[in-house]
Write a protein that binds this ligand. Structure first.
Ligand code: 5GP
Length: 172
């Protein structure tokens, strides 16, 4: 059984989500916005984030597969569900649970650009920096960590632990 070392408690998550939502709401006043969640990991964070926004938004989702059931990114990114709304000319905000190498977001940003949106920004709950392999600009980050494999609040290990209300470092 692995150890679960607490990283973010409910209050920490709540504060980070509310603060990001305030900044996003201020930045998009009087502008359109489509919030695009990256399934599966972002589903809980996205649900909390959009409920804190004070501006009208459209919601869409994409799903990507990259990790398989392990804890190492395979580097092979597969889009298994695409956007379903019209995002041409729209301002997009991609919502991720965690950014590690950055390969998933580079791939997704390039993919979404092909629809001709007006702008694309990136929001992540966790910005994990040590293994970054691409140059991506993270516009809104809830919490920065160096390394470690995290679970809970949407983050899984082999599809388990997503339902934990707090975030833990999983130590094997
Ligand atoms: P990247 O392409 O940036 O290396 O990886 C992004 C994706 O890998 C995230 O959306 C997430 O699904 C997964 N991932 C990266 N680091 C972690 C982690 O610490 N815990 C979990 N559960 N997933 C992670």
């Amino acid at each position: 059984m692995p150890d679960f070392v607490p990283v973010l408690k409910k209050e920490d998550i709540g504060k980070a989500v509310a603060s990001m939502a305030r900044n996003i709401s201020a930045d998009y006043v009087d502008r359109d916005l489509t919030v695009i969640g990256v399934l599966n990991g972002a589903f809980i964070f996205m649900a909390d984030l959009v409920r804190h926004l004070s501006i009208p938004v459209e919601i869409d989702f994409v799903r990507v597969a990259s990790y398989g059931a392990g804890i190492e990114s395979s580097g092979r990114i597969q889009l298994t569900k695409d956007v379903e709304t019209n995002i041409k000319g729209r301002n997009l905000l991609i919502v991720e649970d965690i950014i590690d190498t950055g390969l998933t977001l580079s791939y997704l940003t390039d993919h979404l650009k092909s629809f001709g949106p007006h702008s694309i920004k990136i929001c992540t709950l966790i910005d994990k920096r040590e293994r970054r392999k691409t140059k991506i600009h993270v516009d809104y980050a809830g919490h920065v960590i160096k390394k470690g494999y995290l679970v809970g609040y949407g983050l899984d290990h082999a599809e388990k632990y997503r339902n934990l209300p707090e975030i833990y470092h999983l130590k094997f």
